[in-house]
Write a protein that binds this ligand. Structure first.
Ligand code: TYC
Length: 101
């Protein structure tokens, strides 16, 4: 007698969630010169001058501004490099990262 094959043949694929993107955030301070902030934004985030000015002014007026979003490691590397650029000149310029909701 033939057996009924009850073995499940459909593969259950694990649901892989896309890794969250991380924001790079520019934090205002009272000491870093505006032109220096603009230069760092242009160099590290490949912004043109008008984009960089807009981001710098927003951080200056509101305290913080989102610069861009990247995969976590890229966001952390860029934030660290941009912060180091300020530190190398003795400025307290700070870029932080946080995951997107
Ligand atoms: N507030 C600084 C000044 O008046 C300029 C500045 C803007 C510094 C944005 C940091 O994230 C910053 N010289």
């Amino acid at each position: 007698m033939e057996r009924i094959d009850t073995k499940r043949r459909t593969k259950v694929l694990p649901r892989t969630e896309r890794p969250r993107l991380h924001k790079v955030i520019l934090v205002n301070d009272d000491f870093t010169p505006r032109e220096f902030v603009v230069g760092v934004l242009e160099a590290e985030f490949r912004m043109n001058e008008s984009e960089a000015l807009k981001v710098m002014i927003t951080a200056h007026q509101r305290g913080v501004c989102v610069v861009a979003v990247f995969a976590r490691d890229v966001a952390e590397t860029k934030a660290a490099r941009a912060t180091d650029a300020g530190r190398s000149k003795g400025y307290p310029l700070l870029f932080t990262t946080e995951p997107e909701e």
